[in-house]
Every structure is written in C-alpha cells, then in structure tokens.
Ligand binder design. Structure first.
Ligand code: DGT
Ligand code: CA
Ligand code: CA
Ligand code: ZN
Length: 586
C-alpha cells in the first residue's frame, strides 16, 4: 500500500495532540508537531524511497527514532505508538479536537475540571454555564464552542454515504468545470463512483494537467476557484481535498499523462481488488503503484489501464467488477463474462402512468421509449389493493387494455417508423397469503405480469418466503418486482430466503426483476450472481414513474454488470416475440 506523506503527517499530529492532552513533556509534543510539518512539506513521497529499498533522506528535525517510526509505518501501515495512545483516551475526546476553538490544552482542562469526555458532555457543560468559569475560557469562547457543537451534531446526523446517482450528479458538475479549464488535459472520477457502487462515500477525481510545472500550479489555483467548494481541507503538491457545499468530500489528485492508467487503476479500487492485483504482480517479479508498473527500478508500463492489466497477465476487468470477488481469477483464465450493455436492452417491462401513480400519459411514455430505441414498453399500473398509489380496479384495467389495443393499431401502421408495441401489463400486489390481487380472467388478458410485495414487510423469513413462492405458483406470475423491497439508506430489505426463491423461480420458469430505480437497485450484485449460477433470468426494468425515469435503465445495467451478467442472462435483451416464447406455458 502506498502511504502518502500527508497520512504520515496526520499520524504525527494526532500523536502530538494526544500527548498534549495527557500533559506530556512539551519538547516531545513539539518534536511530533515539527515532524508532521516537515513530512507534509517534503518534496518527495517518502514511500518511494522504501519502495526502492533506499534509506529515507535526511529531514530537518527528524532523528533516528522518528525516521524508524516512519519506515515502519510505510512498510507495515502501522504506527504502534498511536494505537497505544488511542487506547488510553476516550474515543469522544478526539472528536472534541475537531471543534473550532478547542485545542489539546482546552480539551485537557475540560476533561480534568468537568469530566467532559465527548460532544454530549461538552454540550451539557456549556448549557449549564460551567465552561465560562474555567481558566482560559470565557463567554466568547463558550459561545463559539456552542456553535461548533451544534454544527458537529448536524454533521454527525448526515448520512455518511450518498446514493450513487446523487454522487454522480455532483461529480458531473465538478468534471465539467475541470475539463473546461485550459490547463487540464483530462479529468475523470475514480473510486466507488466509477465502480458503480450503490452508495458513495467520497469522490476521487484524477486530473491530468498539460505538461509544465507552472501549468500545474495554475491548474491548482483554478481548481480551487470552483464555486461549489465550501472548505479546503488539504493542499499538497499533487493532492487537494475539499468539501463541497452539497456536503460531499472530494479528493483530487494531479497525475501525469504517463501515470494516468496506473493512477486510474489504483484510485478506482476497490482496495481489496488492488491488493489482490498487486500480489499477483509480486509473484511475477513486478511492482504496481499508483505511478506505474515496475520491474526493479525500471518502469514497464502505466499510461493506460489496459497496459497495467496486461503487464500482470490479466484480461481487462471492467470497473464494476473490481471487488476481488472472483474477477481476478476469471481474468487470469480468460474467463471473464462479456458484460451486459445498455445498448443490448430492447424494451422496458415495468412503468407507471397517470392512471396510477405515474406523472405522464401512456402516449408520452411510449414516445420516450421509442426515443430510446426500444421495441416495446410494458405499462404496469398498480393493482386495486394499492390504494395509496391509485391502484386500478378491474374495470379500469379492462378499459386500459382496450385503449392500449387501439394505440398499438396506430403503431402497427408504422408511419415509416420501426415496429413498436405497448404491452398490456400490471404490477400486481402479492397479498399476505400469496394470492394475487386480480382474478384469473383479467390476468390472462395481460401480456406481462409483474408481481410485487407492497405490504406486510415484517413477516418472518419463513412466512415471507412462502408467501412469494406461493404467488409464483400462479400460472400468470411472470416476474417478481423489486424482490427484496429495500430502499437504500432508508429501508432494510424484507427478510427472505433468496436462494429458495431463486430455486422456486427456476422450477416454475419465472423471472426476478432487477429494479433500476436509484434507491432500489434491487436485486443487488450478490443476488445477481446467485441468480446466474442457479439459471434464473433477470429482467432489468426502470420502474419509471415519469418519462425521464426511463433513463434509470443504465443504473440497472451497471448493477447487472457488477453481478457479472451477460446479455443472455437478461430477458429484455430479446425481441418481444422471443420474450413471449420464454414465458411459462400456461
Ligand atoms: P467510498 O469512497 O467509501 O465510496 O469507496 P472508495 O472505493 O472510493 O474508497 P476511497 O475513496 O477510500 O479510495 C479510493 C480508492 O483508492 C480505493 O477504491 C482504492 C484506493 N485505495 C485507497 N486506500 C487504499 C489503500 O490503503 N490501499 C490500496 N491498495 N488502495 C487504496
Ligand atoms: Ca471514494
Ligand atoms: Ca477518497
Ligand atoms: Zn412499480
């Protein structure tokens, strides 16, 4: 693992803070503070010396003991002194240091005089006015601290991760800005965003400036002028970190063109993937870092990701699969799947219109589907039981069926456009006993039946599983909609035995949905893999409630790719007549 100078410095700062809180010898404290400053300002990454098996260069104020600590940290990733110190101090105390106005000395006073061990204690002490009377405090500082505590509490309440789509929007704004800067050759988002993880912690942005040192500092200045930056956290020679107004943390790294591929690979991760690829490299006598692939001190490649993989004998692995979940073994044996693409999708089999809880008419939805190049669109309104979503009474659904027949006659005439067809569908509630929310004759009149659980989420695992499998017994059950019911960051999945359900689907010849709504992405990638292994085909659907939501399809496709799915594993990569042939015999 490459450890950056800034990380070494942060460790030393923390050590100094804890020592100072503990009222340790002030020379010792100062030595660590000084070391932190010197390391942070060092012109070269210290890790590069270790990598070349060289001694660390002499740095002012860093003696033998500190130099050894740095070397050990760079080699093992561990700083035993810091670990030891942290064990001696309550966890909440270190958080106190992050409040503006609180340094180690004041924290020590608060601990000694008022037994304050964290934010909550501090708030109480501030409210009872005890803090004002302490030496070195006073009204003004107490006021500042109170503001800091309130802000901190708000931050702690923020979800630490955001939905992928939210992160993507923010990243896009920043990338557009960066790419328009004259000094920037290319800019790309790496990290979990590039891997399409369903939630993202922070953004990792790589920027390749045009050559020249002057250009580089110019670029840095310009980057920091981005209007959405709220706080700059770090400004190193090749690295920036800041928080955006939207609350998103961003790491930006400047990368030269020849390092681009190695850096993109490194910062795309995942960490587990990186570690595994590096282990393979070592076995081949190579070393991979974010700067390139090396044999000894000779740099053998690193300008493109393809090169990096090739250097270690691996086929190119798509970012979505880089989780060290079998992809590296597959790449070594040339057995990677040919992943699903959005362009493989030929129709959308789940959407809603104004008839239930959607926002657009059938015609508007059909128009959008045609614009996307689809051959079919299943209109699947909610069923009667789901009154909150204006579920359709049988009478209304019969009317709908006739209306769609009429619209399809229009499409059949073509008017010079490729064939298109609206499928008569429904999203039918699975009732608590596993029966379906419409009668046999109505279901039989539909082309496509999505069946979903929308109630009684809290049934036991056994009962919930049984309920769904009983519904699958129904001959008109085509696909299980949003199979686990989870809402990412909001609602846990209902408790079901996924393997049993998939097995039941194989036996009955029905499908499971991969719902592409950004907060659903349901099934997850692990389920996708399991489905493929058991031979269950999935339907990737937008579940659009507005024509614009049909654009969620690529999110579902990305999730399918994370699960290693190929076009053949997905039902709606086929023409409607082919899909029809796949439907269970009634
Ligand atoms: P996130 O931000 O929590 O959604 O997830 P990531 O994967 O974006 O993680 P992040 O931002 O901490 O780091 C970005 C990438 O940098 C990560 O995917 C792999 C690489 N990376 C970070 N730390 C290490 C490390 O200690 N060792 C290695 N090999 N790679 C690392
Ligand atoms: Ca990240
Ligand atoms: Ca990061
Ligand atoms: Zn739906």
């Amino acid at each position: 693992m490459t450890i950056h100078n800034s990380e070494i410095a942060a460790c030393f700062e923390e050590i100094a803070d804890i020592l100072e809180i503990q009222n340790e010898n002030e020379f010792r404290v100062r030595a660590y503070r000084n070391a932190a400053r010197v390391v942070a300002g060092a012109p070269h990454e210290l890790s590069s010396f270790i990598a070349k098996d060289e001694e660390l260069p002499k740095l002012s104020g860093i003696g033998k003991d500190l130099s050894q600590k740095i070397t050990e940290f760079l080699k093992s990733g561990k700083m035993p002194l810091l670990v030891e110190l942290k064990q001696k101090i309550p966890l909440g105390v270190l958080e106190l240091l992050k409040i503006p106005g609180l340094g180690p000395k004041r924290v020590r006073t608060l601990m000694q005089e008022l037994k304050v061990q964290g934010i909550d204690d501090l708030k109480k002490a501030l409210e009872s006015k005890q803090v004002t009377e302490l030496p070195g405090f006073g009204e003004k500082i107490a006021h500042q601290l109170f503001e800091g505590v309130v802000k901190r509490e708000a931050q702690n309440r923020l979800p630490t991760r955001v939905l992928w789509i939210h992160a993507q929007e923010i990243a896009q704004g920043l990338l557009d800005y960066l790419r328009a800067l004259p000094g920037v050759k290319q800019a790309e988002a790496a990290g979990s965003l590039r891997r399409h993880v369903e939630t993202v912690g922070d953004l990792d942005i790589l920027v390749a400036p045009h050559a020249g040192l002057k250009a580089r500092s110019e670029v840095f200045k310009k980057i920091l002028e981005f209007e959405d930056i709220q706080t700059v956290l770090l400004r190193g020679p090749k690295k920036l970190a800041f928080v955006l107004k939207q609350g998103m943390h961003v790491d930006v790294r400047l990368v030269s063109e020849q390092e681009w591929g190695a850096a993109l690979h490194y910062f795309t991760g995942s960490k587990a993937h990186n570690v595994a690829v590096r282990t393979i490299a070592v076995k081949k006598g190579l070393r991979i870092s974010e700067y390139g692939v090396y044999r000894g001190t000779r740099r053998v490649s690193g300008a493109t990701e393809e090169e990096v993989f090739k250097a270690v004998g691996l086929d190119y692995i798509a970012p979505e699969m880089r989780e060290n979940a079998g992809e590296i073994e597959a790449a070594a044996e040339h057995k990677l799947p040919t992943l699903l693409l959005t362009s493989h999708i030929r129709g959308d089999l789940h959407c809603h219109t104004t008839a239930s809880d959607g926002r657009k008419s059938i015609s508007e939805m059909a128009q959008k589907a045609r614009n996307l190049g689809y051959e079919y669109l299943a209109v699947t309104e909610h069923s009667q039981r789901l009154t909150v979503a204006r579920g359709l009474e049988p009478k209304r659904l019969w009317e709908r069926i006739r209306e769609i027949d009429g619209l399809n006659e229009g499409f059949a005439k073509g008017h010079g456009r490729p064939a298109f067809r609206i499928l008569k569908g429904a999203e039918v509630d699975i009732l608590e006993d596993g029966s379906l929310d419409y009668d046999e004759d109505l279901l039989a009149a539909l082309d496509w039946v999505v069946c979903s659980v929308h109630s009684r989420f809290k049934l036991s695992r056994e009962k919930q599983t049984e309920r769904i499998i009983r519904a699958m017994d129904h001959p008109h059950f085509h696909v299980l909609g949003h199979p686990t019911g989870r809402l990412i960051l909001e609602r846990e999945p209902y408790d079901i035995d996924m393997e049993k359900i998939l097995q039941a689907a194989v036996e009955r010849g029905c499908f499971l949905e991969l719902n592409a709504q950004p907060e659903r992405l349901d099934l997850n990638e692990v389920h996708c893999k399991l489905a493929k292994a058991l031979g269950v085909k999935l339907v990737v659907s937008s579940d659009a409630h507005n024509d614009t939501e049909m654009d969620f399809m690529p999110l579902g496709v990305a999730q399918a790719r994370r699960g290693g799915l190929e076009a053949a594993d997905v039902v709606n990569t086929r023409s409607w007549s082919e899909v029809n042939k796949l439907l269970r015999k009634r």
